[in-house]
Design a protein around this ligand. Structure first.
Ligand SMILES: Cc1cc2nc3c(=O)[nH]c(=O)nc-3n(C[C@H](O)[C@H](O)[C@H](O)COP(=O)(O)OP(=O)(O)OC[C@H]3O[C@@H](n4cnc5c(N)ncnc54)[C@H](O)[C@@H]3O)c2cc1C
Length: 500
């Protein structure tokens, strides 16, 4: 049977600026982009990429480095960067937190190889940004992995123990009680480990810069062109939009959670939202209230908070594990949700008590393509090996898409090199699945409610009920091992999602 993929119907819902990513608004305001060029008529390309986020652009640029004469078309439903790539928190991280999982699935040598690649890609991104003079507010800052309840003490110990067993040292240093007091003042932080030189950017500025470079190198970028269907024909694969199509020798599906409903992907990805609130720039206030040195980072809640300050003095805070997508099909709550915004604003008021009088200027949501291991994979569709895809970034795609760009470029060019070897290791590390609907949705809701009750109990210094603790442990087994307190099942059928 030739491949025939139906994409989710695309809803372009215009929203007020207070309900969209300020990073995207800033990035678009700072450029003189021509209006979008929708796909019209029949076109041909060597490679057609569906989706215009970091996966698409890192792959296109790495492909052209290796094969400059390739013709590449990128077909994006909205504007490039309006997906998760332009909505995220900008932390470009590594897989140190995944070390216990990697060791369990790959053994020491291969686990360390994958870990090293995830660390090396940070220099790769920095080098790329420097070499091309990209203005994306790239900075190295201290990032703290903290606990905000005493009961979360030592959340990072599994990572440290795994590292010790493997004879390597994570880049985190323990913070003393005095360090925590100096860094967080009256805010409710108990313990933490700090990573100096953590990499952060304004993600939409970086994405739009990659888009400009790709255009300069001859990539055809069609925006405002939702792909409806992808079909296999003997001589090529056809990518269809309402008004046109691209005939391509190969196709890369880079549509993130928007393609997680496809039958080959759905069992291995659970889509939930990550929701974020941001203040206006308040640099003077931050100075007056002693917050200029407040580090960003993540805490150890199951629906964990993440965030930081921007160079302009905005404060932003996000939270993972929000809305849940039935059958991985996303509604408007994955762009903005008043309910999730209210919940994350509560977290903001709790974690930034010094800013309780500062209004939230904007809030937005975005989808997370959570895999059972928290690791992505780069594969080909069984029904047609000309169709490649990348998925499972699990809320940590900033570094992983840059790594993925190199792996995918080599895979698309049929090379056999260190990148295809890395792709094979990530394929080997695939493990676990999620149950089908309606079990998945029902269980995910039950677990999410139990997690919320458990967190609330811990927050109030009470002991959570046994049922909530047990249900919450099921969600925990889908977390990176750094947050895992209970043994994971052999196959991890976890509907819960708790990552940024
Ligand atoms: C709120 C939030 C915070 C996050 N924070 C971090 C963080 O701090 N660090 C980190 O590493 N990661 C973070 N992530 C995850 C990270 O943003 C993603 O893993 C990464 O951006 C994935 O890139 P992508 O190119 O695969 O997907 P996307 O950027 O989502 O691109 C997919 C594109 O496909 C397009 N598309 C969808 N359907 C169609 C169609 N039918 N036709 C054509 N195009 C289509 C979409 O419009 C979209 O632009 C966060 C994510 C969210 C939502």
């Amino acid at each position: 049977m030739p491949i025939d993929l139906q994409m989710q119907p695309w809803h372009a819902a215009p929203r007020p600026p207070t309900q969209t990513s300020v990073w995207v608004t800033e990035a678009l305001a700072g450029e003189n982009a021509a209006p979008p060029v929708p796909l019209q008529g029949d076109a041909a390309a060597d490679i057609c990429i569906v989706g215009g986020g970091f996966t698409a652009f890192w792959t296109a640029l790495r492909l052209l480095e290796q094969a400059p004469s390739l013709s590449i078309a990128i077909v994006e439903a909205g504007l490039c960067g309006q997906g998760a790539s332009g909505r995220n928190s900008g932390a470009i991280g590594h897989w140190w937190g995944r070390l216990p999982t990697l060791l369990r699935l790959l053994g020491k040598d291969d686990a360390l190889r994958v870990l090293r690649a995830s660390v090396d890609v940070l220099d790769d991104v920095r080098g790329f940004v420097a070499a091309h003079g990209i203005d994306c507010d790239l900075r190295l800052e201290t990032s703290v992995w903290s606990t905000t309840y005493p009961s979360q003490a030592g959340a990072w110990l599994p990572m440290f123990k795994a590292a010790e067993a493997a004879g390597v040292a994570p880049p985190h240093r323990p913070l003393s009680a005095e360090d925590m007091r100096v860094l967080f003042g009256e805010a409710p932080y108990y313990q933490g480990v700090a990573e100096d030189n953590a990499l952060r950017v304004q993600p939409a500025k970086l994405l739009r810069a990659l888009r400009r470079l790709a255009l300069q190198r001859g990539v055809r970028v069609h925006e405002a062109s939702p792909v409806g269907r992808i079909t296999g024909e003997p001589a090529h694969v056809r990518v269809r939009t309402e008004h046109g199509s691209v005939r391509a020798g190969k196709v890369l599906l880079a549509a993130n959670a928007w393609m997680a409903h496809l039958p080959e992907i759905r069992p291995f990805v659970a889509v939930t939202s990550s929701d974020l609130v941001v203040t206006a720039p308040i640099p003077e206030l931050l100075k007056q209230r002693g917050l200029l040195q407040r580090p960003g980072g993540v805490n150890s809640r199951m629906m964990l908070n993440y965030g930081s300050l921007t160079p302009a003095g905005r404060v932003y805070l996000g939270r993972g594990g929000g809305s849940i997508a039935w059958g991985n099909r996303m509604g408007p709550a994955f762009d903005f949700s008043a309910r999730m915004t209210a919940e994350v604003e509560q977290d903001f008021r709790y974690l930034y008590p010094e800013l309780r009088d500062v209004p939230i200027a904007a809030a937005w949501s975005g989808p997370i393509d959570r895999s059972p291991t928290g690791l992505p994979w780069f594969a080909r569709m069984a029904a047609d090996p000309r169709v490649h895809y990348a998925v499972g970034f699990s809320g940590h795609g900033m570094g992983a898409t840059a790594l993925g760009g190199r792996v995918l470029a080599s895979q698309l060019l049929e090379r056999e090199d260190t990148w295809t070897e890395l792709g094979a290791l990530l394929a080997r590390a695939r493990s676990g699945w999620y149950p089908p609907e309606p079990i998945r949705f029902g269980a995910a809701h039950a677990i999410r409610r139990a997690v919320a009750r458990r967190d609330e109990a811990l927050h109030r210094g009470r002991t959570p009920s046994r049922l909530d603790a047990r249900l919450a442990a099921m969600a925990m087994s889908s977390l990176p091992d750094r947050l895992r307190f209970a043994p994971a099942p052999q196959l991890d059928p976890q509907p819960g999602e708790t990552q940024p």
